[in-house]
Design a protein around this ligand. Structure first.
Ligand code: ADP
Length: 487
């Protein structure tokens, strides 16, 4: 609330108010200026012939000279007609020879002849102003006419129409009357403009302040704050943009949180998983050192075998962790090439035959007759197959069977599956086994487990836009299947 007067509404309203006031003052000034010009012009038009009439009706000459009594008579005559006029006799060079009313003190004794000549010669009767000898700073409307003697220009009769007296009278009437009208009109116009303006500004800024309120909520930590865009008019876009931005931000925050959780989980798991084989290695080596002279060769063999197994497990764990973190950081690029996947499967199953036999498990490769090459990274796909076969061997008891199958599908893909008749995977664990470090509870007894094999396989297949599908039945076996695109 404390920033209320700083808000957009008040800022725009302030500027609007100042603008309206400037417009109002300009309007009043221009109205007064134009009106006084208009009055002057009317005055000049109506009294255009005043000087001419004076000349026509008076004759200030006697015996070829202007004489004072005759001149005074002429001036009196003028005054009798219109007492507001100021009359000047101006010689052809602009010098004032005589004037009326005589009691007034003239401040200049010359007037500019240009407007007088223009006035006399102008057929269009345009509005023009000339000097006022009583008030040299102000130009005034006038009437003028040449005064001739024996057909020779003797002087000009120059009549200032808007005399001081008349001006004073009209100015006060004008001011009081016109200013009142202008002030009233202005006040009403301003008031209406202001009210409508403020209403419009309020409508516009209301939406902005709604958006700002939501933004402030968001800034303070309410990540669910969103702008309700309906009925927002033009500002709907702005609101929608903020909502999109907020969605992206919250999404990124969620992802960061998730990464952070995974990182913590990883460190906890890694330290646990590394500690066990290290402890075993250390324990057996210490035993070997302490009992060196007392242990039988068989015992020594068992101990060294255990140490070797633990070292192997350690090596595998470190390698798998390294591979998975590279895959998760998108540092692995699939170097795709064309190859016959059935040939790869056949090679791998041959390699595993010996290990399988030692466990009394049969490995069978059932290969598609089709020889369409797939487009994939051969060593990464080999890794996927190895992980699946390793698992199948791990979780299939002696006497079991593993089948590796390739099959051409209609939509130009080849499906590859590894099926065993081992212990199977409980339904509730089927989704989780693909997350890293997940080992189904029942199988923790399997010492060779790292919980990373399927996570690595899944990431590799992601790089090939493929997925790993699992079908399994507890105590009957599991089947993992993925597809690869042919060229
Ligand atoms: P690891 O095999 O090293 O534990 P994986 O990610 O490869 O890690 O597998 C995760 C878990 O999924 C295994 O611990 C096991 O519980 C289960 N699993 C994977 N393959 C099979 C399979 N063929 N048969 C039964 N369980 C399996």
């Amino acid at each position: 609330m404390k920033n209320n007067y700083n808000s957009l509404f008040w800022k725009i309203s302030g500027v609007f108010f100042i603008l309206i006031t400037i417009i109002g003052i300009t309007y009043t000034y221009l109205s007064i200026d134009f009106s006084s010009k208009y009055l002057d012009e009317i005055d000049q038009r109506l009294n255009r012939d005043t000087a001419k009439n004076i000349v026509e009706n008076s004759d200030p000459f006697y015996d070829g000279k202007v004489i004072q009594p005759k001149l005074k008579e002429m001036f009196h005559h003028v005054m009798a007609i219109n007492p507001n006029l100021e009359v000047y006799l101006v010689d052809p060079k602009g010098k004032i020879i005589a004037w009326y009313p005589e009691n007034k003190q003239i401040k200049i004794n010359r007037v500019d002849l240009k407007p007088i000549l223009y006035f006399i010669n102008d057929k269009n009767k345009e509005y023009i102003k000339g000097d006022d000898p009583l008030n040299p700073n102000i130009k005034k409307v006038f009437s003028a006419s040449p005064l001739t003697m024996n057909n020779m220009l003797y002087a000009y009769i120059y009549v200032v129409l808007n005399s001081e007296q008349k001006q004073a009278a009209s100015a006060s009437a004008f001011n009081s009357y016109f200013l009142e009208i202008s002030a009233r009109t202005m006040a009403i116009t301003l008031l209406f403009a202001l009210i409508t303006g403020l209403i419009i500004i309020r409508i516009i800024t209301r939406n902005y302040s709604k958006i700002v309120t939501v933004m402030e909520k968001f800034k303070k930590g309410d990540l669910q704050a969103r702008v309700v865009c309906k009925s927002m008019g033009d500002e709907q876009r702005l609101g929608a943009m903020f909502n999109e931005m907020a969605d992206i931000l919250t999404d990124n925050i969620d992802k960061l949180k998730e990464v952070e959780n995974l990182r913590r989980e990883l460190i906890a798991n890694v330290s646990h998983d590394l500690r066990t084989p290290i402890a075993i290695i250390r324990g057996y080596i210490e035993t070997l050192q302490m009992k060196e002279d007392f242990i039988t060769p068989e015992e020594r063999k068992t101990y060294t075998n255990t140490v070797r197994d633990s070292a192997e497990k350690l090596e595998r764990l470190v390698n798998e962790l390294f591979d998975l973190s590279k895959l998760e950081a998108n540092q692995v690029v699939a170097k795709k090439e064309a190859f016959i996947v059935s040939e790869l499967v056949s090679d791998i199953s041959n390699k595993y035959k010996l290990v399988a036999e030692s466990k009394n498990i049969v490995i069978e490769a059932s290969l598609s007759k089709e020889l369409s090459p797939v487009f994939a990274d051969i060593s990464l796909i080999e890794r996927v197959l190895q992980n699946l076969i390793d698992n199948a061997l791990k979780f299939t008891p002696s006497g079991g069977k593993i089948e590796i199958k390739t099959e051409k599908r209609n939509n130009n893909t080849i499906a590859i599956s590894v099926t065993d008749n081992g212990i199977g995977i409980p339904e509730e664990e089927r989704e989780q086994i693909f997350s890293r470090y997940y080992k189904a509870n029942n199988f923790t007894a399997f010492q060779n487990s790292t919980g990373l094999g399927l996570a690595i396989a899944k990431k590799i297949l992601d790089l090939h836009h493929s997925t790993l599908e699992l079908t399994s039945k507890e105590k009957s076996g599991s089947s993992f299947l993925f597809t690869l695109q042919c060229i």
